[in-house]
Design a protein around this ligand. Structure first.
Ligand SMILES: [Zn+2]
Length: 474
């Protein structure tokens, strides 16, 4: 009861400034806007982020959950946060699943025999040493799979050949990724014994894309591979012959016991509103075939680079800037879940969230998910970003996978949207290397994050909680 009275009082206090959104008292001070300009220009000339992603990809490299690279990444992050002068650097232990890829081989046995490069999907079971040789059935999506007559895929391999669309906002990923996440169990439920998918990819090169599958608990776990777009096209031509297509899958993927990893956290402490946190999130883990440069070494570098730039200003921020490098985003968001669970009581102290998990930029748009009363503040931040040439996005931002839990608890989000046009060419492939990071785009991204996080921390009003009735789309 007492709690609800406090909540009502809090609501009234919080909503008072909203009624005067155009009020001078809610505009950023000249000093803060001048500092934002300084920050932007300094970030555009600074290579801290580049050096971080170079160091992480070279000295740590692949770092999938539970691997030796994962542990090395945690040590790397603690060391680098301390070197950059962050305060309160610490790690939060997280238990993560530990899946190992092993070796995978894939070939067409007929009508026209040949082998093709594959990657096992993350979490896939292996085939046993003898491998799996079966006739295959091709479908174009999950709906088509579900519409097959009973018994059509029983004891067969299913090839799902759904093509992803290239879009600047990455909007092609959501519809395409269902075949990877749900395809294996959907096929197994119909009696299939193996799955091969067309990679969730916009590239025409021959690198297959891995990524997590999600087995349903009540369905047999069957092995699942991805082939590249050109090989999926070639497979389609084999099926188009009208002759039976026989495939061979072999994989030594397996689960090991869960392992320990950690979220790594560091701060630029605030001043008069230090208990309010502006959180900048990225994930420290990566898939194993590449070195995780764009996913998510770039996000690690952007968030750390932005916080470092703010820390290097003469003025400390009012609210605390907190960088959280989350453990195991890729294979179940373990770090994000552990963070949200551990800090549930302090969820409301997370005043504003930023997530960088969509490559190395440039930032092309500023989106948000704030209460209407804070939209004028977002407009002012947008104006401070004008020299970076962004578009103004909508107020439907959903952050990313790691801040999803906090967003669902009402945390407002500001989203400097990273350009996703080329992202899914290399995402989750062996081709995710430092060469795919453009230093100028990375600097521009750091500038966009730094300016918006700084102004977010200086906002003279209250970042009101956002209604949970509109959860982020996932
Ligand atoms: Zn990622």
């Amino acid at each position: 009861m007492r709690k609800s009275v406090l909540m009502v009082a809090g609501f009234l206090l919080a909503s008072l400034p909203a009624a005067h959104a155009a009020d001078k008292s809610l505009t950023f001070s000249k000093v803060d806007l001048k500092a934002a300009n300084t920050l932007r220009e300094q970030a555009l000339a600074d290579d801290t982020a580049w050096k971080l992603v170079e160091s992480l990809t070279t000295e740590v490299g692949p770092r999938s959950a539970g691997s030796p690279g994962d542990a090395a990444a945690v040590a790397w992050a603690q060391r680098e946060m301390k070197r950059l002068g962050f305060a309160n650097v610490h790690s939060m232990e997280v238990t993560v699943p530990h899946w190992v890829r092993g070796e995978a081989q894939f070939s067409v046995l007929g009508p026209w025999p040949q082998s093709m490069p594959v990657l096992a999907l993350g979490g896939s079971v292996g085939t046993g040493t003898e491998g799996l040789e079966r006739e295959a059935v091709m479908v174009h999506d999950l709906a088509a799979l579900g519409a097959l007559p009973a018994g059509a895929v029983k004891d067969k391999i299913v090839f799902i050949s759904n093509r992803m669309e290239r879009k600047q906002d990455g909007g092609g990923y959501g519809p395409a990724v269902a075949i990877r996440a749900q395809g294996p169990s959907a096929a197994a439920a119909l009696g299939a014994v193996g799955v091969v998918i067309r990679s969730v990819s916009t590239s025409n090169d021959r690198f297959p894309h891995t990524g997590a599958l999600r087995y349903k608990p009540d369905v047999p776990r069957i092995p699942a591979f991805a082939v590249s777009n050109p090989d999926a096209d070639a497979l389609e031509r084999q099926f188009a012959s009208g002759k039976p297509v026989r495939l061979r899958m072999a994989s030594t993927s397996r689960d090991l016991p869960p392992a320990l990893s950690a979220n790594v956290i560091g701060e630029i402490p605030g001043t008069d509103r230090a208990s309010e946190i502006v959180i900048l999130g990225a994930h420290l883990d990566s898939w194993d075939p590449g070195v995780g440069a764009i996913d998510d070494g770039a996000g690690v570098a952007i968030t750390m680079g932005a916080a470092k730039a703010i820390g290097a200003l003469g003025d400390r921020p009012r609210r605390t800037i907190r960088v959280v490098l989350f453990a195991n985003e890729e294979f179940g968001t373990s770090g994000s879940q552990a963070y949200t669970a551990a800090l549930q009581d302090q969820a409301a102290q997370h005043a504003l969230g930023f997530e960088a998990d969509f490559g190395a930029g440039p930032v092309w748009r500023l989106s948000s998910r704030v209460n209407d009363a804070q939209l004028p503040a977002v407009d002012q931040i947008f104006r401070a970003l004008a020299p970076l040439k962004l578009a103004r996005g909508n107020n439907e931002a959903n952050g990313g996978a790691d801040l999803d839990g906090l967003a669902r608890l009402g945390m407002p989000l500001l989203s400097p949207d990273l350009d996703g046009t080329l992202y899914f060419d290399v995402h989750h492939t062996a081709n995710d290397t430092l060469l795919k990071v453009d230093p100028a785009a990375l600097r521009q991204s750091v500038a966009a994050f730094a300016v918006s996080a700084w102004l977010g921390a200086q906002y003279p009003g209250t970042w009101e909680r956002v209604s949970a009735t509109k959860p982020p789309r996932r």
